[in-house]
Write a protein that binds this ligand. Sequence first.
Ligand SMILES: Cc1ncc(COP(=O)(O)O)c(C=O)c1O
Length: 132
Amino acid sequence: MIGRLGPGLIIPGNGHFDTTQANIRRNNIQPMNLFSAELMDERSASHFKGDMDVERFKKLLERSHSKIPLSYLTITNNTGGGQPFRWKISGRFSELSHNYEIPLFFDACRFAENAWFIQQFEQGYGSKDIKR
Ligand SMILES: Cc1ncc(COP(=O)(O)O)c(C=O)c1O
């Protein structure tokens, strides 16, 4: 499946970077941004607005998994304003992708900053060393 190009395919992610999105479109594939509800809520004070909406991803997989050549995680979610992603949600995203044998790609452009946010603000990671 990977490497397949063309109309009818979808590449979902938490928020594709602008140039990534343009390259996906140029290959006649539909980029799909499954932004988190927290990102869409102006009043939300969440530290993790860059998460993916996992429930929407789950529904998309149930409906259209054969149309998905790969899924995509952008860390941090720069299209959504440089917002970080929770470690726990990335695990869920990875598990769901693998259940359908869909490769998960990382745009780990700002992974170090994201790791700092996880250490500072995600429950259970306060004592983790960012380097490991
Ligand atoms: C999340 C993300 N991915 C990729 C890139 C690099 O994009 P490009 O190679 O098109 O300059 C950037 C640049 O800021 C980015 O923020």
